[in-house]
Design a protein around this ligand. Sequence first.
Ligand code: UD1
Length: 401
Amino acid sequence: MKPRQVVTNKFVTVWRGYFRKRVDMVKILNVVGARPNFMKMAPIIAEMKRRGGEISQTLVHTGQHYDDAMSGAFFRDLGMPEPDVHLDTRDGTHAEQTARVMMAFEGALAAERPDWVVVVGDVNSTLACALVANKLRIRVAHVEAGLRSFDRTMPEEINRVLTDQLSDLLLTPSPDADENLLREGIPQERIVRVGNVMIDTLYRQIERAQRSSILDDLRLIPQGFAVLTLHRPSNVDNPDTLRLIFAALGEISRELAIVFPAHPRTQSRMREFGVEPPPGVRVMDPLGYLDFLKLWSNSKMTLTDSGGLQEETTALGVPCLTLRENTERPITVEQGTNQVVGVDHERIVSAAEAIIANERSKFARVPELWDGRTSERIVAALLSRADQQECQGERAATIEM
Ligand code: UD1
């Protein structure tokens, strides 16, 4: 048996080593809040875990989305760890929601004092947490930075512009995003083009998704239906616009069945306005990630006002009609399968009919760096800048002095 002192010394050495390692580790706090955040954060968490010796990570869920269908199902499908901190902020007006997240997040952040706060996308939680971190002089990295619809009536556009102004590291998906940031006066050295992180999740999950039984459950055959999603306030908060869109969909659905997993907001607006979708449109509750992926990837086309789906359909070459007047993701139109058709009856129906008749021969390709390795580049960028101690607020203050 070893003398007690030797064992103790060995323990102290091991413990010191562990402690030193912990001290050297880069401390990162990842934020999620709403449905489109989960598929962006999942591969980042996985990559941080893979580089676990260098990073200690914490996951905060703001609770902006709270239903199992909008949140819990995604954590399970994507194999995400339970959040370390759940702020449980829930509904409210935009101001209430943003303010509640800010107040709750400030406490969590002050307790953690990470080297980086990582926010993704453009939801209210993204802006709220970026603002709190910036005020606490904690560096912010924004994943999916630089996208612009140039439509300031969209709440997401405001969130995008402000989050980018508050961020120290801007991780962009495409060259147009870099250009937008430079035009807004963001210095080049803060911008890193990493590609589209949602596509990492798509490529990782596509095989598992094919095992979903959703097509059989809904008695659908591949290519024999279209998928619809609709939740933008500009489309669903106005009964006239909603009726206009449904009229066009009614015409399309005479030739091709339309499956419509409806966001809770849309379901409640339809009830409130007494607006029913046409008979050929099958409404159902929102689906989890894997069922939904199986569904749209086997569809003839998707019709949507979502941002993410424009990108995902481009990555898999599925035709996409965007029911909006603009897109913050122009690369999906220039290079991918997306067509922006607005809410005009004629434009929607004629574009859909061309796809149904297989006349759509739009040349489409997957944009550069949408290669399934974006999360690796994101984590590498965070680690390579981990030694820069100051956040942009401090730099600005120093310059002013
Ligand atoms: C939010 C994002 C939007 C994103 C969308 C995806 C903002 C400004 N908008 O919009 O960019 O595309 O998420 O879903 O952040 N609700 C539930 N259960 C939930 C979540 C919401 O019932 O789990 C209902 C509530 O009635 C709520 C309404 O949906 O008031 C709207 O939710 P909210 O988070 O405010 O915005 P979304 O429309 O979901």
